[in-house]
Design a protein around this ligand. Structure first.
Ligand SMILES: Cc1cc2nc3c(=O)[nH]c(=O)nc-3n(C[C@H](O)[C@H](O)[C@H](O)COP(=O)(O)OP(=O)(O)OC[C@H]3O[C@@H](n4cnc5c(N)ncnc54)[C@H](O)[C@@H]3O)c2cc1C
Ligand code: SF4
Ligand code: SF4
Length: 463
């Protein structure tokens, strides 16, 4: 009987390399790795050895007999991926190699930031015994958005921090917290003192709504809400006084916000929250959340595994409004997604706590006189209607405070477009605010390769 990958998968591919029969895909060398919602076990070749269960840092894999009722759709999702996948595969997932340092002596690398991308980079670098890594983090604690982003009710996914801590335990990785590069130490000084500096400062500037009324005080961003309930020291306590909220955007973070705003006392009890956040959310008046998306349900940015999670919620009625016609010729994963959406669209209205996913709706104005009263949305046929709300949350992504251009992780000078010697980038700073935690691992490998290739090239020149 096969093993099955479930919702908390963050696509770091640890399991793919542990599997003795190479039945977990996509692997990092395959073209859809990084685009896929998660990885999937091929039920026809899984030999049930359980090696992937031990390898997975977030407990995302179970024998199919151990799945919870709400996880059963993952059996079909895993199988559907492999029905569509084609071509012969190697007996073992290829293990990516990293270059070795060619010269004698030590190399010192500074990584700026201590989020997942920084720590995966540190892990790749210290595979080379001559490399020492110092990680500088502006906050007092490491892990970046693995600590302050992942939803408190996704307790399994949050276990990824255990894996990040093991990287920090490495004897040649030194973490210095409370050090902000640009304030406490200059980038120029770091570049002068080390062989390489890798910027891993993320994309933490939330995009804001750009419609009339968006400056009203009850209009906020998902980033501000999520970082607050995850205990970020700079986040401001929200006011949750209204019964209805509108979340604009349809990515996984929009769904995280909708779930947490409608969480029952039991869900809050099990979630990983500070006592203050738990109390504020327990006392919140919000009961109904409209998630508003411009595009179609099939094109929405949230992943199908997150949709499975929504369908399984028991304390809140989740519905879909504005589902498009069933596209022709649906098969495999797309068909599974459609089936879940159609199931939600068929649900009756009503419920003490509700989340309504509304597709094909473009917000045109936040209305209210000094205080938010609702959001006016325009449909494809140009009809406009008002959704009542006392809180509006923009969940439309983040950008970097100081974006950089790069080539394979080498930071390019803005004027000349040539690589800045010894300066690199990784993670959300490099790729923009998209992708899972695990996606940063392949990204870190690319940047590490550039760092080590350049150190080798420099040594050859000097010699
Ligand atoms: C709300 C939210 C929820 C998410 N949930 C999930 C999820 O459930 N599963 C999943 O797989 N992915 C999730 N992600 C995506 C995941 O968080 C990112 O892929 C990942 O955090 C990006 O890593 P990073 O290291 O590039 O950036 P970050 O995690 O943002 O880390 C950047 C670090 O750099 C530090 N820093 C910034 N400037 C400086 C400076 N000048 N000096 C020193 N340090 C500095 C910051 O304090 C921070 O610690 C979520 C993202 C968000 C926004
Ligand atoms: S149980 Fe064994 S064979 Fe099956 S997917 Fe996991 S590692 Fe591969
Ligand atoms: S989180 Fe990593 S190890 Fe776990 S199932 Fe996903 S890719 Fe595999």
């Amino acid at each position: 009987m096969p093993h099955v990958v479930t919702q908390s998968c963050c696509a770091d591919a640890s399991c793919a390399h542990a599997c003795p029969v190479n039945c977990i895909h996509p692997t990092p060398d395959e073209p859809d790795f990084g685009l896929s919602d998660m990885v999937y076990v091929d039920p026809s070749s899984c030999v049930d050895c359980g090696a992937c269960v031990t390898a997975c840092p977030v407990g995302a894999i179970s024998a199919h007999t151990r799945l919870l009722p709400g996880e059963l759709p993952f059996i079909e999702l895993n199988a559907a991926y492999h029905r569509e996948a084609s071509g012969p595969r190697p007996l073992q997932a290829p293990v990516p190699s990293i270059p070795r340092l060619e010269r004698a002596g030590r190399a010192s690398v500074v990584v700026v930031g201590a989020g997942p991308a920084a720590l995966y980079t540190a892990a790749e670098l210290v595979k080379n015994e001559q490399v020492d890594v110092t990680v500088l983090e502006r906050l007092d604690v490491p892990h970046g958005l693995a600590r302050f982003g992942i939803s408190p009710d996704h307790t399994r996914t949050r276990r990824i921090r255990g894996q990040l801590d093991r990287i920090l335990d490495h004897p040649r990785v030194t973490l210095r917290t409370g050090v902000e590069v640009g304030r406490d130490v200059s980038l120029d000084d770091l570049r002068a003192e080390h062989h390489a500096v890798v910027l891993a400062t993320g994309a933490t500037l939330p995009r804001r709504l750009a419609v009339p009324g968006a400056d009203l005080p009850q209009v906020t961003t998902a980033f501000e809400l999520v970082t607050w309930w995850n205990g970020h020291p700079e986040a401001v306590r929200p006011v949750l006084e209204s019964e209805r909220a509108v979340v604009v955007g349809a990515g996984n973070v929009a769904l995280d916000v909708a779930r947490m705003l409608t969480a029952s006392p039991e869900v809050l009890r099990r979630a990983e929250l500070s006592s203050t956040a738990r109390q504020v959310l327990a006392e919140s008046s919000v009961r109904h959340v409209d998630v508003v998306a411009r595009g179609t349900a099939m094109d929405a940015a949230f992943t199908t595994p997150e949709l499975v999670g929504l369908v399984a919620l028991e304390h809140v009625v989740v519905r879909v409004d504005g589902l498009e016609e069933r596209p022709a010729g649906l098969t495999g994963l797309a068909e599974q997604r459609w089936n879940l959406l159609a199931q939600l669209a068929a649900r009756p209205e009503g419920g003490e706590r509700t989340i309504t996913l509304r597709f094909g709706q473009t917000p045109v104005e936040v209305v209210g006189d000094g205080r938010v009263a609702g959001v006016r949305v325009r449909a494809a046929d140009d009809t406009v209607r008002a959704l009542p709300a006392g809180l509006v949350v923009a969940a439309i992504g983040q950008v970097a405070h100081e974006p950089v251009e790069h080539s394979a992780g080498r930071v390019l000078a803005p004027e000349s477009g040539t690589a800045e010697p010894g300066l690199y980038c990784v993670g959300w700073l490099k790729r923009g605010g998209r992708g899972f935690i695990g996606s940063n691992r392949a990204c870190a490998r690319e940047t590490t390769r550039s760092v080590l290739d350049d150190v080798n090239a420099l040594a050859r020149t000097v010699a």
